[in-house]
Design a protein around this ligand. Structure first.
Ligand code: PLP
Length: 230
C-alpha cells in the first residue's frame, strides 16, 4: 500500500513538473469506496490524509469508525437531496453537487448545523446521459444561483468524463472544465472561489494534472480492483 501511494505521489510530481506546475497545489484523494476501514487505516499509516467516498451510508459508517481527527473525508458520489442531511458537516468537501435542488438542500442542512459546507459543482463535460452533473452550458448559471446560498461555499468544479482506454481521450473534457473555471473566475462572483478542479482517476490523473487538476481521485491504483460482490 505504501509503495503504491508513494508511486502515485511521484507520478503526480512528475506530471506537475511536466506541466510547469507546483506539485504542492495537487492533492491525492484516495477513493476508498467498497473498501474496508482497515484498508483506510493502512493508507493512513502510509501517510495518506484525504479519502473519498461514494455511498453515503457506507461513508457515514466508516467515518464513525475511523473518525476525522487528522484526515479529511470528501464525498464524491451521486447524492440524493433527501440524503443531504447525512452529508452536510460530515465531509470537508462535497465534490458532486449536480443540481440547484441538491445545493439548496445541503444549504438548509448546513444552516441547521450552523456551518458553511464547502462544495464543488459537478459538470457533465462529456454530456453522457448516464453521468450526473450540470451541463457545461448551464454551469455558470448554476454557480450564480448556488453562490446566493449562505451556508454553502463553492470552492471549484468537478468532472468525471466517459471512460477511455487511452487517457488522452479524456483530455478535451478536463480542458473544458478548466476553461469553465476560468470563465467563472473572470466573473468574480462574490463568495465563489475557483480554487479546486477535481478531475482525473487511476487511469488518467496525469493528463488531468496537465490540464490543471488540484484534486485527483484515485481508487483502484491505491486499493486494488473493487469487487462489488464480496
Ligand atoms: C470510483 C471513483 C473514482 C476512482 O476511480 P478509480 O478508477 O478506481 O481510480 C473517482 N471518482 C469517482 C467519482 C468515482 O466514483
Amino acid at each position: 500500500m505504501k509503495d503504491r501511494i508513494q508511486k502515485i505521489e511521484k507520478q503526480i510530481k512528475e506530471a506537475a513538473e511536466k506541466a510547469g506546475r507546483n506539485a504542492e497545489a495537487i492533492r491525492l484523494v484516495a477513493v476508498s469506496k467498497i473498501k474496508p476501514a482497515e484498508m483506510v487505516r493502512e493508507a493512513m499509516e502510509a501517510g495518506q490524509r484525504v479519502f473519498g467516498e461514494n455511498y453515503i451510508q457506507e461513508a457515514v459508517a466508516k467515518i464513525e469508525e475511523i473518525g476525522s481527527g487528522d484526515i479529511e473525508w470528501h464525498f464524491i458520489g451521486h447524492l440524493q437531496s433527501k440524503k443531504s442531511k447525512y452529508a452536510a458537516g460530515a465531509f470537508a468537501l462535497i465534490h458532486s453537487v449536480d443540481s440547484l435542488k441538491l445545493a439548496k438542500e445541503i444549504d438548509k442542512q448546513a444552516a441547521k448545523l450552523g456551518i458553511v459546507q464547502a462544495i464543488l459543482i459537478q459538470v457533465n463535460t462529456s454530456g453522457e446521459e448516464s453521468k450526473s452533473g450540470t451541463t457545461s452550458e448551464e454551469a455558470i448559471e448554476m454557480v450564480r444561483e448556488v453562490a446566493a446560498l449562505e451556508n454553502v461555499a463553492i470552492k471549484g468544479l468537478m468532472t468525471m468524463p466517459a471512460f477511455f482506454d487511452d487517457p488522452e481521450g479524456a483530455r478535451p473534457y478536463f480542458r473544458q472544465l478548466r476553461l469553465i473555471k476560468e470563465r467563472i473566475e473572470a466573473l468574480a462572483i462574490p463568495g465563489v472561489e475557483m480554487k479546486e478542479l477535481s478531475m482525473g482517476m487511476s487511469g488518467d490523473f496525469e493528463v488531468a494534472i496537465e490540464e490543471g487538476a488540484t484534486l485527483v481521485r484515485v481508487g483502484t491504483a491505491i486499493f486494488g480492483a473493487r469487487n462489488y460482490n464480496s
